[in-house]
Design a protein around this ligand. Structure first.
Ligand SMILES: Nc1nc2c(ncn2[C@@H]2O[C@H](COP(=O)(O)OP(=O)(O)OP(=O)(O)O)[C@@H](O)[C@H]2O)c(=O)[nH]1
Length: 303
């Protein structure tokens, strides 16, 4: 069989064939110095804004964890407040800063995120720098009977703000983890068995400033979710493990309400946590819909 082909038009000719046209000779400036800086135009723009910036920014990061530094891919939201008399922020500086940190071999921690938020505010000449970062965190999990291990992951979140005027930093951390929940009602009323489902637990916890270092919050939040569930999930289960995991779930039936209240109790007892949000969403195995429950609690209002 012949491998020769009919000669095609050149690439430039092909592009022309499919509608590409050359650039026009424009009248507007092409040098940065001559371009209007619309964002920096001072005028009364009616309102100051809480937040403006960019979201859904995917970026590789190194994260400081108790199992060492982990490489993962994070999704960033980078924003600042905006004063009333400025039209907009210079958004290119957000990704510029992210790249600068990356080039310097930055490792993500609550401390370094506070520095990042402070620099965001400074670069934008605004009062508050804000960032949210989410990424999958991997941790080792052992099977309940054989002890065989594998990697699990939870979606971790840091939300950090830094106010240049007050010098106050706020750090909220969170995670989303899957668990098994077994229905207490089903266990109670059925001659045998009980339906169970995969529960999605979301925890967000505001941290006390003195708890930025030395508190293994990922492990603490993970434990709050899993130790209060009917059973945790496992990457590797042999038969003795499967038997044990099934029985553990039957021994610990939970409604979504139970899950949320029990996790809230654990967070209430963590001295490093100032306020929290907990949600449980069960993908019901006997319905098409999900069951949900949530709580928001601020210990500073708890008198
Ligand atoms: N403020 C604002 N910028 C936008 C919006 N949509 C796109 N842009 C961005 O406008 C940017 C232009 O960046 P700027 O940071 O203002 O550019 P610049 O003024 O040359 O940058 P500096 O030299 O840092 O002052 C591009 O990064 C676009 O992404 C928007 O809705 N608001």
């Amino acid at each position: 069989m012949s491998t020769s082909h009919v000669a095609l038009p050149t690439k430039a000719e092909r592009h022309k064939l499919f509608g590409s046209v050359p650039p026009i000779k424009g009248t507007k400036p092409t040098e940065k110095e001559q371009m209007v800086d619309l964002q920096n135009t001072p005028k009364n723009f009616l309102f100051a804004l809480d937040s403006v910036g960019i979201s859904n920014v995917k970026h590789p990061v190194n994260v400081e964890t108790s199992e060492g530094v982990q490489s993962t891919v994070a999704t960033f939201e980078l924003t600042t407040s905006l004063v009333q008399d400025r039209k907009g922020i210079n958004m290119s500086r957000l990704t510029e800063q992210l790249d600068a940190y990356h080039q310097q071999g930055w490792t993500v921690s609550n401390r370094s995120l506070i520095e990042f938020a402070q620099e965001l505010a400074e670069r934008m000449e605004q009062t508050e720098g804000q960032l949210t970062i989410r990424y999958p965190w991997f941790f080792t999990r052992k099977a309940p009977a054989t002890g065989l291990s594998g990697l699990m992951n939870a979606d971790v979140m840091h939300r950090v703000t830094y106010n240049l005027e007050t010098g106050v930093a706020n750090v909220t951390v969170g995670l989303v983890i899957n668990v098994t929940t077994l229905c207490p009602c089903s266990k109670e009323i059925s001659e045998y068995s009980a339906h169970n489902q995969r529960g999605y637990i979301t925890i967000e916890a505001g941290l006390d400033e003195t708890s930025m270092d030395g508190f293994d919050w990922r492990a603490a939040l993970l434990d709050a979710a899993e130790s209060n569930a009917s059973a945790p999930l496992h990457p590797v289960l042999k038969r003795p493990d499967e038997k044990r995991a099934t029985e553990i779930a039957y021994e610990n039936p939970r409604f979504v309400e139970d899950m949320v209240r029990l996790i809230a109790a654990d967070l209430y007892e963590m001295k490093q946590v100032v306020n929290f949000f907990v949600e449980c969403r069960n993908e019901e195995s006997i319905h098409q819909h999900d069951a949900i429950a949530s709580i928001t609690f601020d210990k500073r209002n708890d008198t």
